[in-house]
Design a protein around this ligand. Structure first.
Ligand code: IPM
Ligand code: MG
Length: 358
């Protein structure tokens, strides 16, 4: 039997709680389909700094390189957020592992489960039928551009927003290929009216578009895109954008899916991919059994499909989530405030229930 080596990196804050849900579902998948999933664990982020002084210990990177897929939890700790002078920071671990593994494509599906239409603060008629696939560039842009420094007198600081044509080209091809299998509309989001890197982005996307004449391209400025997302999300199908804009727009778009707690993502490149919820470590609710594990569970579905090509098990995981929601079970973040009929579960119970549904 083929063995699948899965590395779990649960990270900080609510990471361990939500990742436990994802892992419970993976174990259920292994039982149902008689698959051999072999698990290992590794440290990243604040917990890694505490244990080793390094947000991405060598051992973690080595385990990552030797695995077939990585299930990641969350990263971040208030200690660093409130002390900008700290040089070693949890987020550096996540950025470095993305870079080391060459994960330049971050795929973030925004799909509203019908059952959650009342959980969003947006109007149901605006939301119904929304289905967007974000392609966020993940190893370039202002997140990685050099130099990034504080001036000698401490009075200024700078970051460098830089893209090369080859970086834009490779993710653009992925986004266009996805668009061909969907509604054949691609919004490329930039700020070409102000930024040189965005003008290069736009020019390169226009060149790549020649290879996909069946896909309609709409170049959109990021400020307008952020407005259009909330005004009429159904006009979007595939959205292609850079690292920073993608980070911001997908948090916004999570409201179309009801909650940040619902959004899964796949960070992929040429080697092992990381499957990760888009949410952060949520220190305010960490350890309280309040977090929503469905983003981790839906990340598992992406792993099964993309990393292992196990389409049917992946679909069954999504069905199990759907069934759980249909039966009225909710974590607090997705409870419909206007009804009393939702049945509220903790993180652990929600994970167990989805695994049972499967
Ligand atoms: C995300 C997160 C990360 C990012 C942080 C934790 C570094 O916000 O995955 O969206 O900005 O990429
Ligand atoms: Mg983010």
């Amino acid at each position: 039997m083929k063995a699948y080596r899965i590395l779990t990196i649960s990270g900080d804050g609510i990471g361990p709680e939500v990742t436990a849900g994802g892992k419970a579902v993976l174990e259920a998948v292994a039982r149902k389909y008689t698959l051999d999933f072999q698990f290992e664990e590794a440290l990243l982020g604040h917990v890694a700094i505490e244990a080793t002084g390094n947000p991405l210990p060598d051992e973690t990177l080595e385990k990552a390189q030797n695995s077939d897929a990585i299930l990641f939890g969350a990263i971040g700790h208030p200690k660093y957020d409130n002390d900008p002078s700290l040089k070693v920071r949890p987020e550096q671990g996540l950025l470095k592992i993305r870079k080391e593994l060459g994960l330049y494509t971050n795929i973030r599906p925004i799909k509203l489960f019908d059952e959650l239409i009342g959980a969003s603060s947006l109007k149901p008629e605006i939301l119904k039928g929304s289905d967007i696939l974000f392609f966020r560039e993940l190893t370039g842009g202002v997140y990685f551009g050099q130099p990034r420094e504080r001036s000698a007198d401490g009075e200024t600081a700078f970051d460098t927003m830089i893209y090369s044509k080859s970086e834009v080209r490779r993710i653009a091809h992925k986004a266009f290929q996805a668009a061909q299998k969907r509604r054949k509309i691609l919004h490329s989001v930039d700020k070409a009216n102000v930024l040189a890197s965005s003008r290069l982005w736009r020019e390169t996307v226009t060149e790549v578009a020649q290879d996909y004449p069946d896909v309609k391209v709409r170049h959109t400025f990021v400020d307008a895109a952020s407005m259009m997302l909330i005004k009429n999300p159904k006009q979007f199908d595939v959205v292609l954008t850079g690292n920073l804009f993608g980070d911001i727009l997908t948090d916004e778009a999570s409201q179309i899916a009801g909650s940040m707690g619902m959004l899964a993502s796949a960070s992929v490149g040429d080697k092992t991919g990381i499957y990760e919820p888009i949410h952060g470590s949520a220190p305010d609710i960490a350890g309280k059994n309040l977090a929503n594990p469905l983003a981790s569970i839906l990340s598992v579905a992406l792993m099964l499909e993309i990393a292992f090509d196990l389409k049917e098990p992946a679909n069954q995981v999504i069905k199990a989530v759907e069934k759980t929601l249909k039966a009225g079970w909710r974590t607090t973040d997705i409870a419909d405030k206007s009804t009393e009929s939702d049945k509220i579960l903790g993180t652990k119970e929600m994970g167990t229930l989805v695994a049972e549904m499967l």
